[in-house]
Ligand binder design. Structure first.
Ligand code: NAD
Length: 395
């Protein structure tokens, strides 16, 4: 099923049959069977690239490397990217890629070989710039460096390490944007500033860690964080800044609670920053947070979303909340094409400005049409894409 309910969006804006038909299918999809003779066996992984809609520019979206990656999930995530880029008003289309393997089983050498094979198999997309990857769950700036090492085209990939053309501030860009969104929503929805506001963050990888860190620096009380193994909880707030070097939470020595209890804690703000589909109908009916900020992509199921709406719990959707990463990717891509340099403060300023503008646009639609934040963001994003189709003569 599509991420966006186009029938529902069509009640508010003119989408039209032709645009709908284009948006219901991916522009292009490709599959590769990655095979490497490695050590004593064969290293094999299915890999996908999905270009959902390229009407606004090259398809942009990260590469996810996990053992449960599927074409269906990759399609949904590519679709989300189309609307995320449109809402942020950056000239990128929506894409996504997946490599179906547990990255933990790979040595650094096997990993480099696998990524090189990925580039080899998907060369047409990566060489002509129609799909521009970045890190997502399970992939890192080092993997993007491997891609650049194969294509030799600086703008063919973003999220590279800063020394080889990556953007200062890209690593923390998504978390920074999530924190900016949280600050805006806490003010608007809860009528408070961040000081003392209690926060729980699910996921302590790139996005979760940086989100928690910025929020703690700005005065929020991050009382719980989790990773795949456990959750940490401290009533008085976790020492987030000192935790930045921790990669496995169970080794931190800090007080633990069962992992999934985090979602149900009585906090002001809950931030899912790990996998998709975690806020389902059951969790949505039990959770106690007053505000949810979707740092992860697609963390709320349709049934979960309906329950949250009924309960009057505000959800700031993924296509708005986690757009800091793709905004930074756009700056990196532009930098690579032009040869200009950008400093960290400029990266932060652009993210803050773009997200504040998009947030204000969303709030206007929430007020005018009496819809949820998610539907308002979708209305704006679909409208932008449909208008782009008209600009290009696609419809
Ligand atoms: P990551 O691989 O760096 O970290 C993922 C974290 O989630 C890890 O701490 C892992 O242990 C944890 N995790 C996995 N399953 C869990 C579970 N069941 N319960 C609790 N924690 C669990 O990934 P990331 O780059 O931080 O991405 C996280 C989410 O943010 C994904 O949904 C991704 O699509 C989205 N996102 C990432 C970026 C980016 O720039 N990296 C941009 C936009 C959106």
């Amino acid at each position: 099923m599509s991420v966006v309910d186009l029938n529902l969006v069509s009640r508010y804006i003119e989408v039209g049959r032709e645009a709908e038909r284009l948006l219901r299918k991916s522009d292009q999809e490709a599959y590769a069977n990655l095979n490497l003779k490695w050590d004593r066996g064969l290293l094999q992984a299915d890999a996908y690239i999905v270009l959902h809609c390229s009407v606004r520019g090259p398809a942009k979206g990260g590469i996810r490397m996990r053992e449960d990656v599927s074409l269906k999930e990759t399609r949904r995530l590519a679709e989300l990217m189309t609307y995320k880029c449109a809402l942020a008003k950056i000239p990128f289309g929506g894409g996504k890629s997946g490599i179906r393997i547990n990255p933990k089983v790979l040595s650094p050498e096997a990993r480099r070989a696998l990524i090189s094979e990925y580039v080899h198999m998907f060369a047409p997309y990566l060489q002509n710039g129609s799909y521009v990857p970045a890190p997502d769950m399970g992939t890192t700036p080092a993997d993007m460096a491997t891609i650049y090492g194969c294509t030799h085209i600086p703008e063919s990939v973003t999220g590279k390490p800063p020394r080889i053309g990556g953007l200062p501030g890209r690593e923390e860009a998504t978390g920074y944007g999530v924190a900016c969104t949280t600050r805006l929503a806490v003010r608007h929805v809860l009528g408070k500033d961040l000081r003392g506001v209690t926060v729980a963050v699910q996921g302590f990888g790139n996005v979760g860690k940086w989100t928690a860190r910025f929020l703690a620096e700005w005065g929020a009380k991050v009382i719980a964080v989790s990773d795949v193994g456990t959750a940490l909880y401290m009533d008085e707030g976790l020492p987030i800044t000192e935790m930045s070097g921790i990669s496995v939470l169970s080794e931190s020595g800090l007080p633990e609670i069962p992992r999934d209890e985090l979602l149900l804690l009585p906090v002001d703000v809950l931030i899912p920053a790990a996998i998709g589909g975690v806020i389902d109908e059951e969790i949505a009916s039990k959770l106690q947070a007053r505000l949810i900020i979707e740092a992860a992509n697609d963390p709320t199921t349709a049934a979960g979303d309906a329950v949250l709406n009924e309960r009057g719990i505000s959800v700031i959707p993924d296509i708005l909340a986690n757009s800091g990463g793709v905004i930074a990717s756009y700056i990196e891509w532009r930098q690579a094409k032009s040869g200009s340099l950008t400093d960290k403060s400029e990266t932060y300023d652009v993210i803050d400005k773009q997200i504040s503008r998009a947030y204000a646009d969303v709030i206007d639609v929430v007020r005018q049409k009496g819809v949820s934040h998610r539907l308002a963001a979708q209305i704006l994003a679909v409208d932008e894409v449909v208008q782009s189709m008209r600009d290009r003569g696609w419809i």
